[in-house]
Design a protein around this ligand. Structure first.
Ligand SMILES: Nc1ncnc2c1ncn2[C@@H]1O[C@H](COP(=O)(O)OP(=O)(O)OP(=O)(O)O)[C@@H](O)[C@H]1O
Ligand SMILES: [Mg+2]
Length: 335
């Protein structure tokens, strides 16, 4: 990796925000490097939006600081320098609300001007951004005729209209259908291809696992993990396998489960007491836990097939791991 990829663009230093006596964000230290996508993952009420609002100075920290790179050096974000430091950032904070009678052109023109984008280039830029988001035909239509997914895309457009290097997206996929979620995921990856740095919050494990280079997990205001998915996986020494069988009728699942359990347990690399296989009746998918070792994964697949199981799907989804990890990290230890 070259040096510029290691350059820190944003730093939270002991970032803390209280509401009364309640800590919504507590002592968070976190850094975001140039060109990476950092996923900010946490359940409802974890403190994600509060932290992101402090980045935009929509809220002041109670303690701690946010440092942002401007003019080649990290600088503490304050009311005085915020206009200049935040020009290089674009925000989508929670659900954006736009006046329904306005068109994307009017709204984006306003945001571009606000952020100091060169006036003579604004019109071309608006057209480019809407094209990028697949909404060029809607440029002069009123927002009140837009679907939720289209409004969300206008929210993204307003975050990137001034072509910032750093893009902060708070739950850009919440409330969207699978197709729209995939589109947003693709935009995020394309923005990374363009060299942008992205900080993205979600409680959707899958969406984060598909795009993020590093994942910051926040729970009850505290940062409980911050690493690459691979390293987090190595730490937990656990993964999930999903598999499906051909033509298994629901009434036989119990039998299948019993047989599968006794065959695969010795190969999972997990203590017998902690090892499990489950069947989800809604999806028809079997799930089992193992230690993540690819050799064990192969042995498990082989033993299933050798014993006559007609395996038609067999995968180790990253989101499965993240879900497992998330539960492990956010569940207090029972002693
Ligand atoms: N203005 C406020 N006044 C009082 N409490 C607040 C305020 N804003 C947030 N909180 C509380 O701080 C905690 C964190 O809220 P926050 O909105 O940051 O969570 P979140 O991680 O974004 O959750 P979600 O996934 O639901 O969006 C919650 O318990 C919330 O009730
Ligand atoms: Mg939120």
């Amino acid at each position: 990796m070259n040096k510029s990829n290691q350059e820190v663009l944003i730093q939270f230093r002991n970032l803390t925000r209280k509401f009364g006596d309640f800590y919504a964000v507590k002592n968070i230290n976190l850094e975001i490097k140039r060109g990476e996508i950092v996923g900010f993952l946490g359940p409802n009420g974890a403190g994600k939006s509060t932290a992101m609002k402090m980045m935009a100075l929509l809220l002041d920290p109670t303690e701690g600081e946010i440092w942002i790179r401007g003019n080649g050096e990290l600088q503490k974000l304050t009311r005085k320098n915020k206009d200049y430091l935040l020009d290089n950032l674009g925000f989508l904070i929670e659900n954006p609300a736009f006046y329904g009678d306005l068109s994307p052109r009017t709204i984006l023109n306003y945001f571009a001007k606000l952020k100091g984008y060169p006036k003579d280039k604004i019109n071309d830029r608006i057209e480019d951004v809407l094209k990028f988001l697949g909404l060029e035909a809607w440029i002069d239509k009123k927002i009140k005729t837009f679907s939720k997914g289209m409004r969300q895309k206008i929210g993204i457009a307003s975050a990137i209209i001034h072509d910032p290097d750093i893009i902060v997206l708070d739950e850009p996929q919440t409330g969207l259908d699978p197709k729209a979620r995939k589109e947003v995921r693709d935009f995020i990856l394309e923005l990374k291809q363009m060299g942008k740095t992205i900080f993205l919050s979600s409680h959707l494990l899958y969406e984060i696992s598909e795009v993020a280079d590093r994942v910051a997990i926040i729970h009850q205001g505290r940062l409980i993990a911050f690493d690459t998915l691979d390293n987090l996986e190595a730490k937990t020494k656990k993964s999930i396998i999903n598999f499906e069988l051909l033509n298994t009728e629901d009434k036989n699942q119990k039998e299948f489960l019993e047989k599968t359990k006794s065959l695969v347990h010795p190969l999972t690399g997990i203590e017998k007491d902690l090892s499990w296989v489950k069947y989800n009746e809604d999806t028809g998918v079997f799930q089992m836990i193992f230690d993540g070792d690819p050799l064990n994964q192969l042995k498990i697949l082989r033993v299933l097939i050798d014993n006559g199981f007609k395996v038609i799907e067999f995968s180790v989804p990253k989101a499965g791991l993240l879900e497992d990890l998330f539960i492990e990290l956010t569940t207090p230890e029972v002693k």
